[in-house]
Design a protein around this ligand. Structure first.
Ligand code: CUA
Length: 431
């Protein structure tokens, strides 16, 4: 191959034509190159998407002031270190080329006087290092204070939430939203907040250490047993945000997820109204059960994703659509599911407010589970198929989870396909 390269000019051409061009051609985001070159930040073609940094959990595209402040600190650190890199690399390159030994004589030359021990150089370098650190420390300290808790001026406006980590799901409580008859509004894995308003979150853990992370809204804060941690977030506008546990907490840590749904003030208060209601009752008609079709559950591959990712509408609109009753409800199937919910002992661990005996607290509150966009700790879409997959064999979806270990296995709970379909119909009816 080398004989094909007679001069350095052809080497450059070789590298650019034979190596770089196919590489660039194969690059899927090639259409972004022009936009990047002209620095035109077209929607969907930002530098973040060009570099593949525009995922659902991107920290490079922020949606609130806390995450933005943290991103700014990251940039300041990058700018300072990049500047140092350029200066050091330039001096190194200059020295390497300038003082390169070109003749045999030069190779044997006595080394020039060394900089070691030169007070001016040494003090200068120390001073420059300190200056660089101070330059990074000022915005860092400001960011630590700002992101720790809601700014004083905004404190009165802050909305209060308590988030508790469980192996492996999150409980969200609204301590100021009392429910008629006792208790407060409680939900699981989907934190609904008012957009444009600071939200103060008390972080708790019931078992082991978890870490609460909504990349687009705020950095991670640990949930520690027997210790009260706090954080605050604010979503600039209504939206649907992905969150995740960020501290190893056991078998299913990697699948411990959640969502944050930010709603306009009006939508938020409507949602609170809906949540404060007892479970939605669907009266059976008496004879429709025979018409129900009991399609068998298909086989799922191990670790097959349960999130479609393809929304016909925006994720937020899809979430809003889930607040309304399903179109093909079968009241008699729902009634049968409700009976099974008690007879199969689901009521021991799950609360369905208003349903006799369903006062369990070990698992998520299911009073309005049908109105959530996800189930199983944000792992699966809340569709009938995925919900049946979940209750069919929770241990296969989320290894080691309590519903499987302490429920199905310990109590030898067996569900037929018909049972599962009825339970799914009941749970989906809980809007
Ligand atoms: Cu909870 Cu990792």
């Amino acid at each position: 191959m080398l004989e094909n390269l007679p001069s350095s000019v052809s080497l450059v051409r070789f590298v650019s034509m034979r190596l770089l061009k196919p590489l660039l051609n194969s690059f899927s985001h090639i259409r972004c190159l022009g936009a990047l070159a002209s620095l035109a930040m077209l929607p969907g073609c930002s530098w973040q998407s060009f570099l593949g940094m525009d995922g659902k959990q991107s920290t490079m595209i922020t949606e609130g002031p806390v995450a933005q402040t943290q991103l700014n600190v990251f940039y300041v650190t990058c700018y300072v270190t990049f500047t140092i890199f350029v200066i050091v690399a330039s001096i190194l390159a200059y020295a390497t080329l300038k003082f390169k030994a070109r003749t045999q004589e030069e190779e044997r030359a006595v080394p020039p006087e060394q900089g070691h021990g030169n007070p001016l150089v040494e003090v200068g370098l120390i001073a420059a290092s300190v200056l660089a650190l101070v330059f990074i420390a000022i915005p860092t300290l400001k960011a630590i204070w700002y992101t720790y808790d809601v700014p004083v001026a905004d404190k009165a406006n802050a909305y209060e939430i308590t988030a508790t980590g469980y192996q492996w799901w999150f409980k969200f409580e609204y301590p100021n939203e009392q429910i008629p008859g006792g208790g407060v509004i409680t939900t699981g894995n989907e934190l609904v907040i008012p957009a444009g308003r600071p939200v103060h979150i008390n972080l708790r853990s019931i078992d082991v250490m978890h870490s609460f992370w909504i990349p687009k809204l705020a950095g991670k804060v640990d949930m520690i047993p027997n210790r009260g941690n706090l954080m605050w977030i604010k979503a600039n506008k209504p939206g649907y945000y992905w969150g995740q546990c960020a501290e190893f907490c056991g078998d299913s840590h990697a699948v411990m997820r959640f969502r944050v749904i930010a709603l306009s003030q009006r939508d938020f208060y409507n949602w609170l109204d809906q949540q404060s209601q007892t479970y939605r009752k669907v009266e059976p008609t008496g004879s429709n059960l025979g018409k129900a079709t009991f399609a068998s559950l298909r086989n799922f591959k191990e670790n097959e994703t349960g999130i479609s990712g393809n929304f016909e509408v925006s994720p937020l609109d899809a979430w809003k659509a889930k607040q309304f009753p399903e179109k093909n409800e079968n009241p008699d199937l729902i009634a049968k599911g409700k009976e099974l919910f008690a007879s199969k002992t689901c009521i021991t661990c799950h609360n369905v407010r208003g349903l006799q005996g369903a006062v369990g607290v070990a698992g998520p509150d299911l009073t309005h589970v049908g109105a959530r966009s996800t189930i199983a700790g944000g792992l699966l879409d809340n569709t009938s198929e995925q919900l049946q997959r979940w209750i069919h064999n929770p241990g296969a979806v989320k290894p080691g989870n309590k519903m499987w270990v302490n429920g199905y296995v310990l109590n030898n709970i067996k569900l037929t396909n018909e049972d599962e379909v009825a339970l799914v119909a009941f749970l989906q009816s809980l809007k």
